[in-house]
Design a protein around this ligand. Structure first.
Ligand SMILES: [Zn+2]
Length: 418
């Protein structure tokens, strides 16, 4: 009996079209308006040759291990997914009932590529320390790696046991239930992440009452967005980088400031950073991102069904079908490949959303000079890549470069002059 493919194909196309339409309609392609003044990004205008040389030297050392880790992880996943090797691993490890085989097999197949890249990640950590960006001990670093692997493992077990289980119960329609479950999982993770996962890595304390807290809450009021909490994360235990973010929605929404930012930046700079984060809240970026993620996850499950009903691919992977835990190598490879292939689109959308948050911070503070000064400082302190090569920019830049952000602020200034 061959499973029908047409309904899943239609669902894949419809969900994909809905996702593209959502992104096309909600992405701020022109954050300043289509007819705004244009200011070209110019790295040499704001950064000294020494600053540029330092970040270039830094990235010449971090890019190779970073790229090697991406390629090695993908190649390992491909070998496990597109040859019978992954199926053999699952067979060797697993005796017993299918949930155990799916959980242990899935974990082994997901962790193996990750273990391979640990030396490369360690190499990156060495460079971060050399440049004073990491303040971690190796023990602290290892604990962080283990926690990251643990969080990933929980998701892998939920996904692999869930997939094999649903495929066993509903061999012909599992893609529909799986798509619903995946969309729900994205929503749950998005909601639970700040309350469950973030505290694993950082300790949060409320920003004590004082002029800064009053100023920040006043800023949130002026922005017209409800914020319950301003928290400080003890990020200085691992990094010297300056950062802040907003996470969660509804009752879990909070603004989080790195303690490094509080210690090193002036109150005006902190306000600007927070005004940027409030822009994300105002424009519902987390909610929109979650909806897009849910649509993407549902489309991915329908796409996975199409792959897993291909006899040629199953033969390659040495598995009988999606109800057979030996299929998990192929599944994990498909997820890894799809994630990498879609990252330029994700980054493109993210960069426009970040630019809109920058515009919001300028609208709220009206302070181009502080924006430019603080952008420079953040870039120099964080050793940001000021002039990335096009591939790096396309695949990994979720934010515009600092020269681009400064140029946007100057364009905003021209737009609002007089
Ligand atoms: Zn942002």
């Amino acid at each position: 009996m061959t499973a029908p493919r047409l309904p899943a194909l239609v669902a894949f196309l419809v969900l994909g079209a809905a996702l593209v339409a959502l992104l096309a309609l909600t992405t701020p392609w022109h954050p300043l308006g289509a007819n705004a003044p244009r200011v070209a990004a110019d790295v040499h205008r704001d950064f000294t040759p020494a600053e540029i040389a330092r970040e270039n030297a830094f990235h010449r050392q971090t890019r190779p291990p970073g790229y090697a880790a991406v390629v090695l992880g993908l190649v390992a996943a491909a070998v496990l997914g597109l040859t019978p090797l992954g199926a053999k691993v699952v067979e060797r490890l697993g005796r017993g009932p299918w949930p155990v085989r799916a959980a242990i097999g899935g974990l082994a197949l997901a962790l193996f590529p990750r273990l391979l890249t640990v030396p490369l990640d360690a190499r990156t950590e060495v460079v971060l320390r050399r440049y004073g960006l990491s303040t971690q001990t190796w023990a602290g670093w290892a604990v962080d790696q283990a926690k990251g692997a643990l969080v990933g493992s929980v998701l892998v077990v939920v996904a692999t046991v869930g997939l094999v289980g649903i495929a066993r119960v509903a061999p012909r329609t599992w893609w529909a239930w799986g798509a619903l479950a995946a969309a729900a999982l994205v929503c749950v993770v998005s909601y639970a992440y700040p309350v469950v996962v973030e505290p694993l890595f950082n300790h949060f304390t409320p920003l004590p009452a004082g002029p800064l807290r009053t100023e920040l809450l006043g800023l949130a009021d002026r922005a017209g967005v409800p914020v319950k909490e301003v928290l400080v994360a003890d990020a200085s235990r691992r990094t010297t980088a300056l950062n802040a973010y907003v996470s969660g929605y509804g009752s879990t929404r909070r603004i989080v400031l790195y303690d490094t930012l509080l210690n090193d930046a002036s109150p005006k700079e902190v306000e600007l950073v927070v005004a940027h984060e409030l822009g994300h809240v105002k424009h519902h970026d987390v909610r929109n991102g979650t909806v897009a993620g849910a649509l993407g996850a549902a489309a991915a499950v329908a796409g996975l069904y199409l792959l897993l009903t291909s006899p040629a691919l199953l033969r390659r992977a040495g598995a009988d079908g999606p109800s057979d835990p030996r299929v998990l190598g192929l599944v994990l490879f498909a997820i890894a490949a799809a994630t990498l292939l879609t990252s330029p689109a994700q980054c493109l959308v993210s960069r426009r959303i970040e630019a809109r948050a920058d515009v919001h911070s300028l609208d709220l503070t009206g302070d181009v000079d502080t924006f430019v000064a603080s952008e420079k400082r953040l870039a120099v302190t964080n050793l940001s890549d000021l002039d990335p090569d096009p591939v790096t920019y396309a695949f990994f830049f979720t934010h515009p470069t600092s020269p681009e952000r400064i140029a946007l602020a100057r364009a905003w200034g021209e737009q609002h002059a007089g």
